[in-house]
Design a binder for this molecule. Structure first.
Ligand SMILES: Cc1cc2nc3c(=O)[nH]c(=O)nc-3n(C[C@H](O)[C@H](O)[C@H](O)COP(=O)(O)O)c2cc1C
Ligand code: SF4
Length: 434
């Protein structure tokens, strides 16, 4: 059963000193860097392309292709920016990765910077996670001491500085251009694209923005070869990824497996849904990806499989909800999150998330009528494709999919004059006498 797991980034997280440089080197760390520095930077870009690695931050854009967009031979500085903002409800892979194995990210960042000819890299971390920020500072300091950062790295003539930057804690600052605004010291609101960051990113210079897990996967590709990475996964979704199981599952946690694994397989490894209950709904990739139900247990969790079934792979944040959970209440909570986090730059999202939260709040308490469901869908229609950035499309995902799969449950609230569920029954301690 465990053979479907492919622990690479997560391989030694359970060792007490896993976050140290010593532990990383004990497990083969920094061999990839030595190999990379002996390669031509373009050969590294080609290897990352050949590996089939697609961005692990949600959108799945091919990483090597993104790197190849950086103009060469220009006079401008180039930058690597690691997106470590991880703030979406359910998404929880980058933070444990940075806690458990920060050196993989740093080694990946050095190799990526060398490949795109950057001399400065930034790790933009969500501001609330002080423990991660401290750990990254420690890891960067260890890398400087060992000569992996600074000037003339490993005698190669390549120089790189890495700055760990703490954001102020805004979900929208995970959107790559809002992140760049924030990094430059401005309000975290997105920029109009094009120009894309590869041409005009940080300080209007060519910039690669990549997710933590994308960059941390690079040492494996360089050390083991693109072929070993491409041998895992499915035809168009190559390699391994971290699948985060949370919620009503017996053993929640991070399961590193090839893309294309199914929720049924992962649930088998995780001990299943909590005893005495059945799976009701789940998100394949965080709250911005349309929810699935128990009909979707065998959907291959790769970009194509999840897309064909009507959702998105997103960040592989598998939030599991059993039959005690009111789908309307869960949707209201997510929508309140989007209402609160909307950056306010564009009207459809700023106003629409506010209205959706109001209508859902009424419905949850049995107020309103069935026509409000159509009103909700109408608001969603006015957000999708009209919002300035993908935040808006993400915000409507829970609402549209909840109505699609659980319309009767919404109507039940109206008939019942309020929520028919006992919220206490969905808590993890329900039924244990505490
Ligand atoms: C509202 C919003 C929040 C996002 N948050 C994150 C995030 O926390 N981390 C991340 O890597 N990408 C996030 N993204 C995606 C980034 O814009 C970008 O696609 C990603 O960092 C690119 O890296 P990748 O190609 O390695 O996936 C977010 C996008 C949106 C619209
Ligand atoms: S969709 Fe509009 S208001 Fe919402 S986060 Fe993006 S730019 Fe801001």
């Amino acid at each position: 059963m465990t053979t479907i797991l492919t622990p690479e980034l997560t391989a030694f997280w359970d060792e007490p000193d896993s976050f140290t440089l010593d532990a990383y080197r004990r497990h083969g760390g920094y061999q990839a860097l030595a190999k990379a520095l002996a390669m031509d930077p373009d050969a590294i870009i080609a290897a990352v392309k050949d590996s089939g690695l697609r961005g692990r931050g949600g959108a799945g854009f091919p990483t090597g292709t993104k790197w190849s967009f950086i103009p060469q031979g220009d006079s401008k500085p180039h930058y690597l920016v690691v997106n470590a903002d991880e703030s979406e409800p359910g998404t929880c892979k980058d933070i444990p990765l940075m806690m458990g194995n920060p050196q993989a990210l740093i080694e990946g960042a050095i190799i990526a910077s060398y490949a795109i000819r950057a001399r400065n890299a930034f790790i933009y971390v969500r501001g609330e996670v002080l423990h991660v920020i401290r750990r990254l500072h420690h890891a960067v300091a260890e890398a400087y001491q060992a000569g992996y950062l600074g000037t003339n790295i490993l005698g190669s003539g390549f120089d790189l500085d890495i700055v760990v930057h703490a954001g102020a804690g805004a979900y929208e600052c995970g959107e790559e251009t809002a992140l760049l605004e924030s990094l430059e010291g401005y309000r975290g609101q997105p920029r109009l694209k094009p120009p894309f960051p590869a041409l005009e990113g940080l300080y209007a210079c060519p910039t690669v923005v990549n997710n933590v897990e994308s960059i941390a996967s690079v040492p494996f590709i360089v050390a083991r070869g693109a072929g070993d990475f491409a041998a895992l996964g499915t035809e168009k979704s190559k390699g391994f990824g971290i699948f985060s199981l949370s919620g009503h599952v017996v053993t929640p946690g991070q399961y590193e497996a090839p893309l294309g694994v199914t929720l049924r397989q992962l649930l088998d490894l995780a001990g299943g849904v909590r005893a005495g209950h059945r799976l009701k709904f789940w998100t394949p990739g965080g709250s911005s990806t349309p929810m699935f139900t128990d009909e979707h247990l065998d959907v291959p969790l790769d970009f194509e499989g999840v897309g064909a079934a009507g959702s998105m792979l997103g960040t592989r944040a598998l939030q599991i909800f059993d039959d005690t959970v009111c789908v309307l209440r869960a949707t209201l909570r997510w929508t309140e999150f989007y209402e609160h986090e909307s950056c306010g730059k564009c009207t459809p999202c700023r106003e629409g998330t506010y209205w959706m939260a109001q209508v859902l709040e009424d419905l949850e308490h049995g107020r309103g009528s069935e026509a409000d469901l159509d009103k909700l869908l109408d608001v969603c229609d006015n957000i999708i494709g009209r919002a300035f950035c993908p935040f808006g499309d993400g915000a409507i995902s829970p609402v549209v999919s909840a109505i699609q799969y659980f319309r009767d449950e919404f109507i039940e609230h109206l008939k019942h004059g309020g929520c028919p569920f006992d919220p206490a029954a969905s808590t993890l301690f329900a039924g244990d006498g505490s």
